[in-house]
Design a protein around this ligand. Structure first.
Ligand code: ATP
Ligand code: MG
Length: 316
C-alpha cells in the first residue's frame, strides 16, 4: 500500500512533501524589508505597536504568542516563523499565507496582517481565540447541544472553504480554536491546498495521519476515480472523527488509552468498521456521525449537506 513506506511517522505527524511552485503559484509578495504587508486587512498594525504577553503554543515552524496592541489594548495571536526554514517548511508557510489572504469568514480564524523581517522571519497577526483549541475539551462532559453548536460552526467554515475550492487537510481538535463568545473557528492552513486544477488530486500524505480518511490513508485502495478526486470528503471524515473525539473524550479509532502506532492505525482506518457514537446518544447524533464517517467518500455527506442534518436542525 502506498503509505507503508512512511512508517517513520509513528507520532502521527507527517512531514510535508516538497511542493513545486507550479502546484502552489507564488503570488504572495512578502516584503523584503521589515515592512507591513497589508493584503489581509485594511487595518494595518505595525509590529512596534505590539507587546508580547506570553507564549500560546508552538508548532512545526515556530511559536505563537499572545500580543497586545499598545494603544488599543486589543489582543491578537502572533505566529512567528523563523527565516532559516527548509524549503518544505517555507512552502507550508507560503500556502498558509496564500490561503489566509483569500479567506474571510466568521468561522475561520481571521488574519489581520503579515510581516517579514529582513532575516526572513515571517509573522502572521491573527485574531486571538482566548479559549485555545478544542483539545482542551477532551475529558469534559460535552452535551449533545454543545456538540451541535461546535459542529454547526465548523461545518459552516468547511462549507465556506470547500466553496472556495480550498481543502483544509488537517482538521483535528488541535486546529479548531474557540473563544469565550462561544465561537469556534478553523485555524492552521499549513497543509491546506487550493485546488487550482481539477487534475490536482491532493493525494499527497500531508497533515496528521490519525485523522486521515481511508481514501487518503491508502489512495491505491480508493477504487473509483470519483473517490480519488473527491478530496473535500477527506475533511468531512476528519471532522467526524474530531466531533466523536470531543464527545467520547479520546481518539475514537483506538481503544481508550491505547498508544497508536502506524500499523494499528492503518488497520483501524482502512480495514476496520468506522467508529460509531456511543449507545446512549440520540438517534440523530448517531446518524450524524455515521454520515460523516462513511468509508466510501462518495457516500459520505458533504459539509453543506451535513448542515441540514436533523442533529443540527433540531435547535438552531
Ligand atoms: P503545526 O505547525 O504542526 O501546525 P500547530 O498547529 O500546533 O502545529 P500552530 O498553528 O502554530 O501550530 O499553533 C500552535 C498553538 O498556538 C496552537 O495549538 C494553539 O494552542 C495556539 N494558537 C494558534 N493560533 C492561535 C490563535 N489565533 N489564538 C489563540 N491561540 C492560538
Ligand atoms: Mg495546528
Amino acid at each position: 500500500m502506498a503509505l507503508v513506506r512512511n512508517n517513520q511517522f509513528l507520532n502521527l505527524k507527517l512531514s510535508l512533501p516538497k511542493v513545486s511552485t507550479t502546484s502552489v503559484p507564488c503570488c504572495f509578495p512578502i516584503a523584503a524589508a521589515s515592512t507591513t504587508v497589508t493584503s489581509c486587512t485594511s487595518n494595518t498594525v505595525s509590529v512596534s505597536e505590539l507587546e508580547r504577553i506570553n507564549v500560546l503554543g508552538s508548532g512545526n515552524g515556530g511559536a505563537v504568542y499572545k500580543v497586545s496592541h499598545k494603544t488599543t489594548s486589543e489582543m491578537y495571536a502572533l505566529k512567528k516563523v523563523k527565516g532559516d526554514m527548509d524549503s518544505a517548511s517555507r512552502n507550508q508557510l507560503l500556502r498558509e499565507i496564500q490561503i489566509l489572504r483569500l479567506v474571510d469568514s466568521p468561522y475561520v480564524v481571521k488574519c489581520h496582517d503579515i510581516f517579514e523581517k529582513p532575516s526572513g522571519e515571517v509573522s502572521i497577526l491573527m485574531e486571538y481565540m482566548d479559549l485555545g483549541t478544542l483539545e482542551s475539551l477532551r475529558g469534559n462532559a460535552v452535551t449533545e447541544d454543545q456538540l451541535a453548536s461546535i459542529a454547526r460552526q465548523v461545518l459552516k467554515g468547511l462549507s465556506y472553504l470547500h466553496g472556495l475550492k480550498i481543502v483544509h487537510r488537517d482538521i483535528k481538535p488541535a486546529n479548531l480554536l474557540r473563544n469565550s463568545k462561544g465561537e469556534v473557528k478553523i485555524a492552521d492552513f499549513g497543509v491546506s491546498k487550493i485546488m487550482v486544477k481539477s487534475l490536482d488530486k491532493c493525494n499527497s500524505f500531508t497533515g496528521t495521519c490519525a485523522y486521515m480518511s481511508p481514501e487518503r490513508f491508502d489512495s491505491e485502495a480508493a477504487d473509483a476515480e470519483e473517490d480519488k478526486s473527491n478530496v473535500y470528503a477527506g475533511d468531512v471524515w476528519s471532522f467526524g472523527l474530531t466531533m466523536l473525539e470531543i464527545l467520547v473524550g479520546y481518539f475514537p479509532l483506538l481503544p481508550q488509552g491505547h498508544k497508536p502506532d502506524w500499523g494499528t492505525l492503518m488497520c483501524a482506518v482502512c480495514n476496520g468498521e468506522p467508529p460509531k457514537a456511543p449507545h446512549g446518544c440520540s438517534g440523530e447524533l448517531k446518524s450524524f456521525i455515521d454520515c460523516c464517517l462513511r468509508k466510501k467518500p462518495s457516500e459520505r455527506w458533504t459539509a453543506s449537506r451535513l448542515l441540514a442534518h436533523p442533529f443540527l436542525l433540531r435547535q438552531d
